[in-house]
Design a protein around this ligand. Structure first.
Ligand code: PAF
Length: 280
């Protein structure tokens, strides 16, 4: 399997596919797991070839230590991708191929969704995501690009980004892939101890409980319930919000006709985890 470290070499390989064939794209930061592999498999089902990018993007991290500790293992990632049947190209660019000059983000306005949840808690995160996804989409020029719903807000941001940048690409959201115990798959799970891996199921379990109680309980009761569940946990709750699925605005009351999702972020030691679930 060829690993392209610069866009010119990737373009050479993609050249054959530009003529009437379909190119799918799965952007990743590596440390691949089954969640990523399911994105690749969805992409292969609908395209003639799939580009997987592997790049730990510095501009989307608001925390230097999180960036430093982000798991990196290109060899392992490549051997996982090699097992897949179908045409997969790996683009693992050098930093200079993506950011030839200063390593900085472009600033975006996404119509307000950038100020909610992750936007409030991770300063500059979505400018960094918009910058890298925009750059990658312009290099790969895929027909469709695939993103996991674990980062539900990111998925909505990327949908807005392609409208703002007028990029001719279909953005496809794919369901969250979970461990047997319910924990949403994430590259960051690799940094958890066996006990933390077990304790971290509180994110999923709490979201499930909120979903079960969504009809009879008010939103403020549900917010209280989540806080209580975390009181005796080894994980530290950063936020829990019930938000309107379309606008991502925090919901205070349920309104007929709206759909809602529960969003949660918590820390297991120094590892930050997020999850979300539709509620109605
Ligand atoms: O979801 C991720 O892994 C990253 O945010 C992405 C989309 C690859 C951009 O760096």
């Amino acid at each position: 399997m060829n690993i392209h470290t610069d866009s010119a070499s990737l373009e050479k390989s993609l050249f054959l596919f530009r003529d009437g064939k379909k190119i799918g794209f799965v952007p990743t930061m590596g440390a691949l797991h089954e969640g990523h592999l399911s994105l690749v498999s969805n992409a292969l089902d609908a395209n003639d070839c799939v580009v997987v990018s592997i790049f730990v993007n510095p501009t989307q991290f608001d925390n230097a230590s999180d960036l430093k500790k982000y798991p990196r293992n290109l060899q392992e990632d490549v051997s996982l991708l090699q097992k897949i049947k179908g045409k997969v190209l790996v683009y693992a660019p050098d930093k200079s191929d993506i950011y030839p000059g200063e390593v900085v983000s472009k600033q975006y306005r996404y119509g307000g969704i950038e100020f909610e949840m992750e936007g409030k808690h991770r300063k500059g995160h979505f400018d960094g995501v918009g910058t890298i996804v925009g750059l990658l989409l312009k290099i790969v020029k895929p027909n469709s690009a695939y993103f996991g719903e674990k980062d539900f807000q990111q998925l909505q941001i990327v949908k807005k980004l392609v409208q703002i940048e007028k990029l001719p690409v279909k953005i496809i959201g794919c369901p969250i892939v979970r461990e047997k115990n319910g924990l949403a798959m994430s590259s960051r799970n690799r940094r958890l101890t066996p006990k933390q891996l077990e304790d971290a199921t509180i994110l999923y379990k709490t979201l499930q409980e909120v979903r079960r109680k969504f009809k009879p309980y008010s939103i403020s009761q549900l917010n209280e319930l989540v806080k209580e569940r975390f009181l005796n946990s080894s994980l530290k709750l950063e936020y829990f919000e019930i938000a309107n699925e379309k606008t991502l605005a925090t919901a205070k009351y349920k309104r007929k006709g709206n759909t809602y999702r529960g969003f949660i972020a918590a820390h297991a030691g120094s590892v930050r985890l997020i999850d979300n679930m539709p509620l109605n």
